[in-house]
Design a protein around this ligand. Structure first.
Ligand code: NDP
Ligand code: 2IT
Length: 451
């Protein structure tokens, strides 16, 4: 049995139903780092993988709040503090009905390696709740955030654990959470990132993940000697923070992003997405994409119900580059087949683990350049760390400075991933390059710090 097979077997004994996505994330990493485990026995001697797949702690708590009809509502809150070998725990909070321990373990595990890849001093964590912000009033969101932070504040701090946003958690929620933390602890400190700019947030944090994914893609296409994105048709899924800003950056560099999607359907606008309208509908008014079709009748709206099972309309539209920016496992093998048949050259994961393992294998076997999430969407956490830095030194950086440092960091991550892949005999495989480079840094710190 190889070392990788032994590691996977050990984990199978602990597997539970909710852990499906966590297992998926972990299995990919183990297979990627197999050459490193075989060539350097110290990682097995110090039981690094055995230690890395178990979070330092999982905090699970009840969140009780009063809705606008004065009915008592109960949700579950979590914080998975996974690993702090490289710095304070760092990672987003997700508010979505599908949140459970397994989802947060997958996201927290990915976050360890992503944060390691940035080269910045941050560990890995994730948290959130099964609370669904959809259809809730501002006051209900505020009351939920207040109840959530009343419990969470005990476990976080600027040198301990610094949460940020993710699905369902943007500037509005971070501001409410910050307000409650400040009130309970009587401190004004950088305990959350993604705060609105006027009270301590970094400029460009909202844009960072989407812009960063485009910067990474430009760098990868250059290294792989493919044509740049300028003038090329791109498809993007999602219509939230990441998707909207990926679309905005694509438009700025002269590409033509023609799609976006939400949980109800897809917009195909062959002239290029009207990003200001998209922002207004989804980020400001929190409406459905059907509103986009009402304002632009020449754009096509494809409801989710009109598309076959296991496939998604976005990936069936001919494109040069694809950007899955909505959620996990949204790009299946069937979708990958459609992309390949339509001549797609590059896929960049803006969301966390949006492609199934079968889709990744198929894309890579057809030489589609594939940028994995933990490298390509690191821009968000990179600017979060810039926000921590600015808060700690009581300074503010200009938009230009943040943008320049973000671009430089994304280029460095891309080069490091490409070089690592080459060093380990898998040139062009950005999945293996990212996993090996991310793992090595954390693993070496864990060895140095002892058990
Ligand atoms: P938002 O909440 O802003 O947007 C999420 C988007 O995805 C919405 O359009 C939503 O549709 C859609 N979506 C969510 N769940 C589903 C689902 N089950 N099926 C179909 N569509 C769905 O989140 P973000 O843009 O912040 O996050 C998107 C992805 O990017 C996530 O994977 C997140 O983990 C990842 N990410 C986010 C970062 C950040 O800085 N925010 C950083 C790095 C990664 P609808 O509007 O209908 O709900
Ligand atoms: O998945 C992610 O990297 C995020 N949701 C952002 C984490 C952060 O701390 O900014």
């Amino acid at each position: 049995m190889t070392i990788a097979e032994q590691e996977i077997k050990r984990f199978e004994n602990h597997n539970c139903a909710e852990d499906g996505v966590f297992y998926q994330a972990m299995e990919e990493v183990i297979y990627s780092i197999a050459p490193l485990l075989e060539s350097d026995k110290k990682y097995t001697k110090y039981a690094i993988m055995k230690r890395l797949v178990v979070p330092d702690r999982i905090i699970k708590f009840k969140v009780t709040w009063l809705d606008d009809n004065n009915n008592i509502q109960v949700n579950t809150g979590y914080r998975v503090q996974f690993n702090n070998a490289l710095g304070p725990y760092k990672g987003g909070l997700r508010f979505h009905p599908t949140v459970n321990e397994g989802v947060l373990k997958f996201l927290g595990f990915e976050q360890i390696l992503k944060n390691s890849l940035t080269g910045l001093p941050i560990g890995g964590a994730k948290g959130g709740s099964d609370f669904d912000p959809k259809g809730k009033s501002d006051f209900e969101v505020m009351k939920f955030c207040s109840a959530f932070m009343t419990e969470l504040h005990k476990y976080i701090g600027p040198r301990m654990d610094v949460p940020a946003g993710d699905i369902g958690v943007g500037g509005r929620e971070i501001a409410y959470l910050f307000g409650v933390y400040k009130k309970i602890t009587s401190t004004y400190e950088g305990v959350l990132t993604g705060k609105p700019f006027f009270f301590g947030g970094s400029l460009m944090r909202p844009e960072a993940t989407g812009y960063g994914a485009v910067y990474f893609t430009e760098s990868m296409l250059e290294i792989e000697q493919k044509e740049p994105l300028d003038g090329k048709i791109c498809v993007v899924s999602g219509a939230g923070n990441v998707a909207t800003h990926a679309i905005e950056k694509l438009l700025q560099i002269g590409a033509i992003p023609v799609t976006c999607s939400d949980s109800s359907g897809t917009i195909y606008d062959s002239r290029g997405i009207d990003v200001e309208l998209l922002k207004d509908i989804k980020l400001n008014k929190r409406q459905s994409l059907t509103e986009y079709a009402k304002r632009h009748p020449e754009a096509k709206y494809i409801p989710v119900s009109e598309y076959p099972e296991n496939g998604h309309a976005v990936w069936d539209i001919p494109c040069y580059a694809a950007f899955p920016c909505a959620t996990q496992n949204e790009l299946t093998e069937l979708d990958a087949q459609n992309l390949i048949q339509n001549g797609c050259v590059s896929v960049t994961e803006g969301a966390n683990m949006p492609s199934t393992p079968q889709a990744i294998a198929l894309l890579q076997s057809h030489n589609v350049c594939f940028a994995p999430a933990k490298a390509a969407n690191a821009g968000g956490v990179v600017v979060s760390e810039f926000e921590m830095s600015q808060n700690a030194s009581m300074s503010r950086w200009s938009f230009e400075k943040v943008d320049e440092k973000l671009k430089d960091t994304m280029q460095k991550i891309c080069k490091r991933v490409a070089l690592t892949a080459k060093d380990y005999g898998v040139e062009g495989n950005y999945v293996d390059g990212a996993n090996i480079a991310g793992f090595k840094k954390v693993a070496d710190a864990m060895i140095a710090e002892g058990i």
